[in-house]
Write a protein that binds this ligand. Structure first.
Ligand SMILES: NC(=O)c1ccc[n+]([C@@H]2O[C@H](COP(=O)([O-])OP(=O)(O)OC[C@H]3O[C@@H](n4cnc5c(N)ncnc54)[C@H](O)[C@@H]3O)[C@@H](O)[C@H]2O)c1
Ligand SMILES: [Zn+2]
Length: 357
C-alpha cells in the first residue's frame, strides 16, 4: 500500500493506493472525519458489486451510511440528478456534519463531488474511484460538476476531497474497453511530463514490472504536481493536461458521445496534436510514430472511421472552453516528456490534422 499526500488550494489530503482497501475504508475515513451520517453515491454497475462491503466497513467504524444509487452512465451527470440526490440526503437526515462518498467512475466522482460542494453549502467528500480513468485523472484536482444541454461540465465547483482511496482490486471487473481508455490519459501524462514512463510503457507489457499500482501512483503524482502549480487554471500550467483534448472533445461531440469513449477520442486527439506539434513545435516524425504505436499497443483506436463526419469535429470546437474569444490555446509537445501552450496554431492546422486522422 502506498499513501501519497496531495496538496492543493491550501488543503492537503491523502491518496491511498493499494489492494483490498474497500474493507478498510471505514477506519481510514475515521482518521479524517468525525463519526456521522454519510451518503455513499454509486451507480447501477458499481453499487451492486462493491457497496455492501463498503457500507459494512463504514458501519463497523461507527458511521451511519445511506446508499444512493443512480443509473450508470454520463446521462446521470445532470443538475436534476444532483438535486434529487440532495433531496434524498435531506430525507435520510443528513446535515452539515455529514459527508459524501463517491463510489464509481468519473461520472460518480464528478456528480458526488458536486453534491458535496453544494449540500448545506459544502460538506466533505471522499472519493473511491473504480475506473482507471478516475484513479489517474478525474479523482484528482478537485474539479466537480454536471453537464448541461449546451455542453459537458458547464456547471460545477472546485471542491477537493478529504481523502481518495484507490483500491486496485476493483479494476478486475472493469470492462476492458473502459480500462483501455484510462491508458489514453496515462499516455497523455507520459507525453507531456514523463519521458521515462513513456519508455517503460513501450517496453513493458501491462502485467510486467510496471504494475497497475505503481502506474496509478506515478500518474496521481504527475497530475497532482501540475495541479498544485496552477490550481485555478490561471498560468497555463494546468492547461497542459488538456493535451489531445481540444480535438478529442470535438471528436466526442461529433460522434454524439456514442461512437467513442472519452479516452478513445483523446487518443485520437493526441495523434492530431502530435501532427500539429511537428509543424509548430519541432516534434520529430519518429516521436509521433512512437506515440501512435503506444496508443495502438494499449488497444486504442488510431484512425477515424472513413465515414466519420470530420467536418463536425471543427464545428464542435467553437464550444470548447479553451477557445477564448476566438483565440486558440493549443497544447503542443516539442519532445516527448514536455509540453507548452502555443498561440500559433490555426484552424487550418487543426483541419489538416483532422483530415489525416
Ligand atoms: N473532474 C475531472 O477532472 C475529470 C477528468 C476527466 C474526466 N472526468 C469525467 O469523468 C467521466 C468519465 O469517467 P469514466 O470513464 O470513469 O466513466 P464512468 O463513470 O461512466 O464509468 C465507466 C463505466 O464503467 C462502469 N464501472 C465503473 N467502475 C467499474 C468497475 N470497477 N467494474 C465494473 N464496471 C465499472 C460504470 O458503471 C460505467 O458504466 C466523464 O463524465 C468526464 O467528464 C472528470
Ligand atoms: Zn480526459
Amino acid at each position: 500500500m502506498i499513501s501519497t499526500e496531495l496538496r492543493a488550494g491550501g488543503v492537503s489530503y491523502p491518496v491511498v493506493i493499494g489492494r483490498g482497501l474497500l474493507a478498510t475504508v471505514g477506519d481510514r475515513i475515521k482518521e479524517r472525519l468525525a463519526p456521522a451520517r454519510c451518503a455513499t453515491i454509486s451507480d447501477t454497475n458499481v453499487g451492486p458489486r462493491f457497496a455492501v462491503q463498503l457500507q459494512n466497513s463504514l458501519r463497523a467504524a461507527g458511521f451511519e451510511p445511506t446508499l444512493i444509487t443512480v443509473r450508470a452512465g454520463e446521462h446521470s451527470k445532470t443538475l436534476e440528478q444532483a438535486g434529487a440526490i440532495c433531496e434524498q440526503m435531506l430525507e435520510a437526515g443528513l446535515d452539515r456534519q455529514s459527508f459524501v462518498i463517491g463510489l464509481g467512475g468519473g461520472v460518480i466522482g464528478d456528480l458526488s463531488g458536486f453534491v458535496a460542494a453544494i449540500f448545506e453549502r459544502g460538506i466533505p467528500h471522499a472519493q473511491i474511484p473504480t475506473t482507471l480513468l478516475a484513479m489517474v485523472d478525474s479523482s484528482i484536482g478537485g474539479k466537480t460538476g454536471v453537464n448541461t444541454r449546451a455542453g459537458k461540465n458547464l456547471i460545477g465547483a472546485i471542491h477537493h476531497p478529504s481523502l481518495v482511496i484507490d483500491d486496485i482490486d476493483v479494476l478486475k471487473t472493469l470492462p476492458r474497453r473502459f480500462l483501455r481508455q484510462g491508458f489514453a490519459e496515462i499516455i497523455k501524462h507520459a507525453v507531456i511530463a514523463d519521458a521515462k514512463m513513456f519508455r517503460e510503457l513501450k517496453n513493458e507489457t501491462a502485467s510486467d514490472a510496471l504494475s497497475l499500482q505503481t502506474l496509478v501512483q506515478r500518474n496521481v503524482e504527475i497530475k497532482s504536481n501540475i495541479v498544485a502549480k496552477d490550481e485555478l487554471d490561471r498560468t497555463g500550467e494546468r492547461a497542459l493536461l488538456n493535451f489531445g483534448h481540444t480535438i478529442g472533445h470535438g471528436i466526442e461531440r461529433a460522434g454524439n458521445y456514442e461512437t467513442f469513449l472519452h479516452g478513445e477520442a483523446v487518443g485520437l486527439g493526441i495523434i492530431a496534436a502530435g501532427a500539429i506539434s511537428i509543424k509548430k513545435a519541432g516534434l520529430s516524425i519518429a516521436e509521433v510514430k512512437a506515440i501512435v504505436d503506444l496508443l495502438q499497443r494499449f488497444g486504442l483506436p488510431t484512425k477515424l472511421p472513413d465515414d466519420f463526419p470530420r467536418e463536425r469535429i471543427l464545428d464542435a470546437l467553437k464550444f470548447d472552453k479553451k477557445f477564448e474569444a476566438g483565440k486558440i490555446r493549443f497544447v503542443v509537445t516539442p519532445k516527448i516528456g514536455s509540453a507548452n501552450l502555443s498561440h500559433d496554431v490555426t484552424m487550418e492546422d487543426i483541419r489538416g490534422a483532422v483530415e489525416r486522422l
